[in-house]
Design a binder for this molecule. Structure first.
Ligand code: ADP
Length: 264
């Protein structure tokens, strides 16, 4: 974009430094503004698609001269699915907004292993249906300061993706361990993988490598941006890389919480 309030200052060290800072700040504000605009436009587009489908399906029912009840029922099922999709998108948009605005989060010491086991329990039916095996290797004592629900969401999104983007007969390997003062949650899969060129973009809002596959799996392209925002809010980091010989490896790292008086 164009810097509309650019200040030009030559000479006078102090003044030119201030001018530089001012210009840099204006640039950053503009970028934030652009990101926001883009987000609103992307979100509107994502909401318009299911709405258009619903419109089309209701019109078909209303305009048909004769429609047997089985066909009508099928259309209604499709309408229900599109409505569910709208619900999923809006729920996730609300989560992202909350992560954007909440500055102070109420955190307590949370055992990450317990959270991962709860996610495993929830995902077992999905994994069985997809013929994907869940393998957990959890070191005890991996505790971090967190909001439990948010941490659950992080583990859930990563593990659900690892099942969704897997292949029949594939595996999801979840490893939890400490490394010095860090707790690392690693979620690996033997699935379809992510092309190297897409890796830097997968945490962006609405980004999907394969829109058709994501859509079929009920995806919104918001899961990983929620993961990234939540991990950052917890002072952690998240990375994604290709796994050899196949699949993807996600790693979230957090500061380890220690009991008072516990030795280093
Ligand atoms: P979605 O709701 O589409 O799953 P996410 O934000 O969770 O959205 O993920 C963004 C995209 O990243 C997905 O659409 C998919 O293309 C890719 N992706 C995420 N996790 C994996 C994975 N474990 N293996 C392969 N691709 C993945």
């Amino acid at each position: 974009g164009e810097y509309s309030h650019r200040v030009d200052m030559r000479g006078g060290d102090e003044l030119s430094r201030l001018a530089d800072e001012f210009n840099e700040l204006t640039g950053r504000l503009q970028t934030t503004e652009e990101v926001r605009r883009r987000f609103v436009s992307d979100a509107s587009h994502e909401l318009k698609t299911p709405l258009a489908s619903i419109r089309l399906l209701t019109d078909s029912i209303l305009q048909a001269d004769h429609m047997d009840s089985d066909t009508a029922r099928e259309f209604l099922i499709d309408i229900g699915e599109e409505a569910e999709r709208l619900t999923r998108i809006t729920e996730k948009l609300l989560t992202l907004t909350r992560l954007d605005t909440a500055h102070e989060v109420q955190t307590v010491p949370v055992d990450v292993g317990t959270v991962v086991r709860r996610v495993e329990h929830m995902l077992t039916p999905l994994a069985q249906a997809a013929e994907v095996k869940l393998e957990l290797s959890l070191q005890p004592g991996c505790v971090i300061r967190a909001t439990e629900d948010d941490l659950y969401q992080v583990a859930f999104n990563l593990m659900e993706n690892a099942v969704k983007y897997n292949l029949p007969g594939g595996t999801v390997i979840v490893t939890l361990f400490t490394e010095g003062n860090t707790v690392c949650l690693r979620v690996e899969d033997t699935g379809v993988g992510i092309p190297e060129a897409d890796l830097p973009k997968i945490f962006d809002r609405f980004y999907r490598v394969d829109k058709a596959r994501s859509r079929a799996a009920g995806g919104t392209g918001l899961g990983l941006s929620i993961v990234r925002d939540t991990v950052r809010q917890h002072g952690g980091t998240i990375t994604a890389r290709r796994r050899e010989p196949e699949g993807t490896c996600f790693e979230a790292r957090f500061a380890r919480w220690r009991e008072e008086g516990e030795k280093e």
